[in-house]
Design a protein around this ligand. Structure first.
Ligand code: FE2
Length: 280
Protein backbone atom coordinates (compact mmCIF):
# COMPACT_ATOMS: atom_id res chain seq x y z
CA UNK A 1 0.00 0.00 0.00
CA UNK A 2 3.00 2.34 0.40
CA UNK A 3 4.43 4.11 -2.64
CA UNK A 4 8.14 4.45 -3.43
CA UNK A 5 8.35 7.94 -1.93
CA UNK A 6 6.84 6.75 1.33
CA UNK A 7 9.32 3.86 1.53
CA UNK A 8 12.17 6.32 0.85
CA UNK A 9 10.83 8.68 3.55
CA UNK A 10 10.56 5.80 6.02
CA UNK A 11 14.11 4.65 5.40
CA UNK A 12 15.49 8.20 5.68
CA UNK A 13 13.44 9.47 8.64
CA UNK A 14 12.49 6.38 10.66
CA UNK A 15 8.89 7.52 10.80
CA UNK A 16 5.99 7.92 8.42
CA UNK A 17 2.91 10.13 8.75
CA UNK A 18 -0.17 8.68 7.04
CA UNK A 19 -3.11 11.13 7.23
CA UNK A 20 -6.66 9.85 6.79
CA UNK A 21 -5.59 6.22 7.17
CA UNK A 22 -8.40 5.59 9.66
CA UNK A 23 -12.04 6.53 9.20
CA UNK A 24 -13.01 9.20 11.79
CA UNK A 25 -16.00 7.07 12.77
CA UNK A 26 -13.66 4.23 13.77
CA UNK A 27 -11.67 6.69 15.87
CA UNK A 28 -14.91 7.67 17.62
CA UNK A 29 -15.84 4.01 18.17
CA UNK A 30 -12.51 3.31 19.84
CA UNK A 31 -12.81 6.45 21.98
CA UNK A 32 -16.33 5.44 23.06
CA UNK A 33 -15.20 1.90 23.90
CA UNK A 34 -12.30 3.34 25.89
CA UNK A 35 -14.69 5.49 27.90
CA UNK A 36 -16.79 2.38 28.64
CA UNK A 37 -13.74 0.48 29.87
CA UNK A 38 -12.71 3.38 32.12
CA UNK A 39 -16.25 3.66 33.49
CA UNK A 40 -16.20 -0.06 34.37
CA UNK A 41 -12.78 0.14 36.01
CA UNK A 42 -12.82 -0.27 39.78
CA UNK A 43 -10.09 2.01 41.05
CA UNK A 44 -10.13 0.73 44.62
CA UNK A 45 -7.88 -2.23 43.91
CA UNK A 46 -5.47 -0.47 41.60
CA UNK A 47 -2.94 2.17 42.48
CA UNK A 48 -0.27 2.22 39.84
CA UNK A 49 0.74 5.70 38.75
CA UNK A 50 2.55 5.63 35.45
CA UNK A 51 5.74 7.65 35.68
CA UNK A 52 7.65 7.53 32.44
CA UNK A 53 10.37 9.87 33.64
CA UNK A 54 11.32 8.00 36.74
CA UNK A 55 14.27 5.70 36.41
CA UNK A 56 12.66 3.70 39.19
CA UNK A 57 9.62 3.04 37.06
CA UNK A 58 6.70 1.67 38.95
CA UNK A 59 7.25 -2.06 38.80
CA UNK A 60 4.51 -3.54 40.92
CA UNK A 61 2.46 -6.59 40.02
CA UNK A 62 -0.15 -4.57 38.14
CA UNK A 63 2.45 -3.26 35.73
CA UNK A 64 4.48 -6.47 35.41
CA UNK A 65 1.38 -8.56 34.68
CA UNK A 66 -0.21 -6.08 32.30
CA UNK A 67 1.30 -7.68 29.17
CA UNK A 68 -1.60 -10.11 28.97
CA UNK A 69 -4.28 -7.97 30.61
CA UNK A 70 -6.02 -4.61 30.41
CA UNK A 71 -4.71 -2.52 33.31
CA UNK A 72 -5.25 1.16 34.08
CA UNK A 73 -2.56 3.65 35.03
CA UNK A 74 -3.25 7.00 36.67
CA UNK A 75 -2.02 10.44 35.72
CA UNK A 76 0.53 11.45 38.32
CA UNK A 77 -0.96 14.96 38.55
CA UNK A 78 -4.42 13.54 39.27
CA UNK A 79 -3.38 13.35 42.95
CA UNK A 80 -2.33 15.93 45.50
CA UNK A 81 0.59 15.50 47.88
CA UNK A 82 -1.66 13.57 50.29
CA UNK A 83 -2.54 11.09 47.52
CA UNK A 84 -6.11 12.38 47.21
CA UNK A 85 -7.66 12.32 43.76
CA UNK A 86 -8.13 15.96 42.71
CA UNK A 87 -9.85 15.51 39.33
CA UNK A 88 -12.91 13.66 38.04
CA UNK A 89 -11.99 9.94 38.08
CA UNK A 90 -12.96 9.61 34.41
CA UNK A 91 -10.35 12.29 33.60
CA UNK A 92 -7.63 10.81 35.79
CA UNK A 93 -6.40 7.83 33.77
CA UNK A 94 -3.10 8.28 31.90
CA UNK A 95 -3.49 5.14 29.83
CA UNK A 96 -4.56 1.53 29.79
CA UNK A 97 -2.77 -1.47 28.39
CA UNK A 98 -1.29 -3.70 27.26
CA UNK A 99 -3.38 -6.46 25.66
CA UNK A 100 -6.71 -4.91 24.69
CA UNK A 101 -5.84 -5.61 21.03
CA UNK A 102 -6.36 -9.32 21.85
CA UNK A 103 -8.82 -9.18 24.75
CA UNK A 104 -11.40 -6.62 23.62
CA UNK A 105 -13.37 -7.15 20.38
CA UNK A 106 -13.52 -3.43 19.49
CA UNK A 107 -9.78 -3.03 19.97
CA UNK A 108 -9.05 -6.30 18.17
CA UNK A 109 -11.08 -5.25 15.18
CA UNK A 110 -9.48 -1.78 15.08
CA UNK A 111 -6.00 -3.28 15.35
CA UNK A 112 -6.56 -5.73 12.50
CA UNK A 113 -8.42 -3.46 10.07
CA UNK A 114 -7.37 -2.92 6.47
CA UNK A 115 -4.82 -1.71 5.41
CA UNK A 116 -2.72 -2.37 8.52
CA UNK A 117 -1.58 -5.89 7.50
CA UNK A 118 -0.54 -4.55 4.09
CA UNK A 119 1.21 -1.56 5.67
CA UNK A 120 3.25 -3.72 8.02
CA UNK A 121 4.13 -6.12 5.19
CA UNK A 122 5.37 -3.19 3.10
CA UNK A 123 7.64 -2.20 6.00
CA UNK A 124 9.33 -5.59 5.73
CA UNK A 125 7.90 -7.44 8.73
CA UNK A 126 7.82 -11.06 7.56
CA UNK A 127 5.85 -12.61 10.42
CA UNK A 128 4.01 -9.81 12.24
CA UNK A 129 2.95 -10.40 15.83
CA UNK A 130 0.77 -7.92 17.70
CA UNK A 131 2.77 -7.60 20.91
CA UNK A 132 1.42 -4.69 22.89
CA UNK A 133 -1.08 -1.84 22.80
CA UNK A 134 -1.82 1.30 24.78
CA UNK A 135 -4.76 3.68 24.85
CA UNK A 136 -3.23 7.00 25.85
CA UNK A 137 -5.56 9.74 27.08
CA UNK A 138 -3.18 12.70 27.45
CA UNK A 139 -5.84 14.29 29.63
CA UNK A 140 -6.60 18.03 29.57
CA UNK A 141 -4.26 20.05 31.85
CA UNK A 142 -2.69 17.02 33.57
CA UNK A 143 -1.65 14.76 30.66
CA UNK A 144 1.85 13.66 31.62
CA UNK A 145 5.11 14.04 29.70
CA UNK A 146 6.53 10.97 27.98
CA UNK A 147 10.27 11.44 28.05
CA UNK A 148 12.45 10.85 25.00
CA UNK A 149 12.92 7.11 24.44
CA UNK A 150 13.32 4.34 21.87
CA UNK A 151 10.51 1.77 21.84
CA UNK A 152 13.01 -1.07 21.34
CA UNK A 153 14.30 -0.37 24.87
CA UNK A 154 10.97 -1.60 26.22
CA UNK A 155 9.90 -4.05 23.49
CA UNK A 156 13.24 -5.58 22.64
CA UNK A 157 13.84 -8.35 20.14
CA UNK A 158 17.09 -9.71 18.73
CA UNK A 159 17.50 -8.28 16.17
CA UNK A 160 15.42 -5.14 16.81
CA UNK A 161 12.14 -5.42 14.89
CA UNK A 162 9.53 -3.46 16.84
CA UNK A 163 7.41 -0.99 14.88
CA UNK A 164 4.89 1.34 16.47
CA UNK A 165 1.60 2.28 14.85
CA UNK A 166 0.38 5.43 16.61
CA UNK A 167 -3.17 6.47 15.79
CA UNK A 168 -4.49 9.96 16.45
CA UNK A 169 -8.04 9.47 17.75
CA UNK A 170 -8.21 13.26 18.16
CA UNK A 171 -6.19 16.07 16.58
CA UNK A 172 -2.68 16.14 18.04
CA UNK A 173 -1.11 19.59 18.25
CA UNK A 174 1.89 21.21 19.94
CA UNK A 175 -0.65 22.70 22.34
CA UNK A 176 -2.10 19.38 23.55
CA UNK A 177 1.10 17.33 23.56
CA UNK A 178 1.71 15.86 20.10
CA UNK A 179 4.56 13.46 19.36
CA UNK A 180 8.08 14.82 18.87
CA UNK A 181 10.61 12.66 16.99
CA UNK A 182 14.18 12.85 15.68
CA UNK A 183 14.26 12.50 11.87
CA UNK A 184 16.92 9.90 11.01
CA UNK A 185 17.43 9.00 14.66
CA UNK A 186 16.56 5.35 13.94
CA UNK A 187 20.06 4.98 12.47
CA UNK A 188 21.57 5.51 15.94
CA UNK A 189 22.21 2.67 18.38
CA UNK A 190 19.83 1.31 21.00
CA UNK A 191 20.83 3.08 24.24
CA UNK A 192 19.31 0.83 26.87
CA UNK A 193 17.01 -2.05 27.67
CA UNK A 194 14.29 -2.13 30.29
CA UNK A 195 14.09 -5.66 31.67
CA UNK A 196 13.07 -7.80 34.61
CA UNK A 197 15.80 -7.84 37.22
CA UNK A 198 17.04 -11.17 38.57
CA UNK A 199 16.33 -9.85 42.09
CA UNK A 200 12.71 -8.94 41.22
CA UNK A 201 11.26 -5.73 39.83
CA UNK A 202 12.76 -4.12 36.77
CA UNK A 203 15.94 -2.35 35.71
CA UNK A 204 17.47 -0.36 32.88
CA UNK A 205 20.66 -1.78 31.37
CA UNK A 206 22.86 0.59 29.36
CA UNK A 207 23.85 -0.66 25.92
CA UNK A 208 25.32 2.53 24.43
CA UNK A 209 26.32 5.78 26.16
CA UNK A 210 25.40 8.12 23.29
CA UNK A 211 22.90 10.59 24.80
CA UNK A 212 19.36 10.57 23.43
CA UNK A 213 18.09 13.95 22.17
CA UNK A 214 15.75 15.31 24.83
CA UNK A 215 12.38 17.05 24.63
CA UNK A 216 12.96 20.76 24.13
CA UNK A 217 16.06 20.20 21.98
CA UNK A 218 15.93 21.12 18.30
CA UNK A 219 16.72 17.57 17.16
CA UNK A 220 13.19 16.51 18.07
CA UNK A 221 10.58 17.93 15.70
CA UNK A 222 6.82 18.11 16.35
CA UNK A 223 4.48 15.77 14.50
CA UNK A 224 1.21 17.68 14.53
CA UNK A 225 -1.41 15.45 12.93
CA UNK A 226 -5.17 15.44 12.50
CA UNK A 227 -7.56 12.80 13.80
CA UNK A 228 -7.42 9.60 11.74
CA UNK A 229 -3.69 9.86 11.06
CA UNK A 230 -1.41 6.88 11.62
CA UNK A 231 2.19 7.68 12.54
CA UNK A 232 4.53 4.74 12.00
CA UNK A 233 7.56 4.72 14.30
CA UNK A 234 10.75 2.69 13.89
CA UNK A 235 11.76 0.92 17.11
CA UNK A 236 15.06 2.80 17.33
CA UNK A 237 13.60 6.25 16.67
CA UNK A 238 13.98 8.67 19.60
CA UNK A 239 10.59 10.22 20.36
CA UNK A 240 8.46 11.53 23.20
CA UNK A 241 5.82 14.11 24.04
CA UNK A 242 5.46 17.14 26.31
CA UNK A 243 2.79 17.38 29.00
CA UNK A 244 -0.67 18.50 27.96
CA UNK A 245 -1.46 21.77 29.71
CA UNK A 246 -4.29 22.67 27.30
CA UNK A 247 -8.02 22.30 27.84
CA UNK A 248 -8.38 19.55 25.23
CA UNK A 249 -7.40 15.90 25.48
CA UNK A 250 -5.14 14.23 22.95
CA UNK A 251 -6.47 10.71 22.68
CA UNK A 252 -4.19 8.23 20.89
CA UNK A 253 -3.96 4.48 20.42
CA UNK A 254 -0.62 2.84 19.90
CA UNK A 255 -0.03 -0.70 18.70
CA UNK A 256 3.41 -2.31 18.70
CA UNK A 257 4.29 -5.09 16.30
CA UNK A 258 7.36 -7.33 16.27
CA UNK A 259 8.62 -9.90 13.80
CA UNK A 260 7.95 -13.41 15.06
CA UNK A 261 11.16 -14.51 13.38
CA UNK A 262 13.24 -12.53 15.90
CA UNK A 263 14.10 -13.73 19.41
CA UNK A 264 11.96 -12.38 22.26
CA UNK A 265 14.01 -12.57 25.50
CA UNK A 266 12.59 -14.14 28.65
CA UNK A 267 13.75 -11.15 30.69
CA UNK A 268 11.81 -8.52 28.72
CA UNK A 269 9.55 -6.72 31.19
CA UNK A 270 6.50 -7.59 29.07
CA UNK A 271 5.59 -11.26 29.15
CA UNK A 272 2.36 -12.93 28.05
CA UNK A 273 2.47 -16.32 29.80
CA UNK A 274 -1.25 -17.00 29.39
CA UNK A 275 -1.80 -15.28 26.05
CA UNK A 276 0.10 -16.53 22.98
CA UNK A 277 1.24 -13.91 20.48
CA UNK A 278 -1.13 -13.50 17.57
CA UNK A 279 -0.85 -12.00 14.12
CA UNK A 280 -3.36 -9.96 12.15
FE1 FE2 B 1 7.15 5.20 22.37
Amino acid sequence: MLNDKQITDWERDGFLVLPELIDPQRCDELAARSAELVAAFDPSSHSTVFRTNEQNRVADGTFLNSGSRIEFFWEEDAFDEHNNLVVDPTKAINKFGHAQHDLDPTFSSFSRQSPLPELVADLGVANPKLLQSMLIFKQPRIGGEVGSHQDAAFLYTDPVTVIGLWFALEDATIDNGCLFAQPGGHRSPLRERFRRAASGGTEFVELDATPLPQLGEADLVPLEVPKGTCVVLHGLLPHGSHPNRSETSRLAYSLHIIDGQATYPDDNWLQRPDLPLQGF
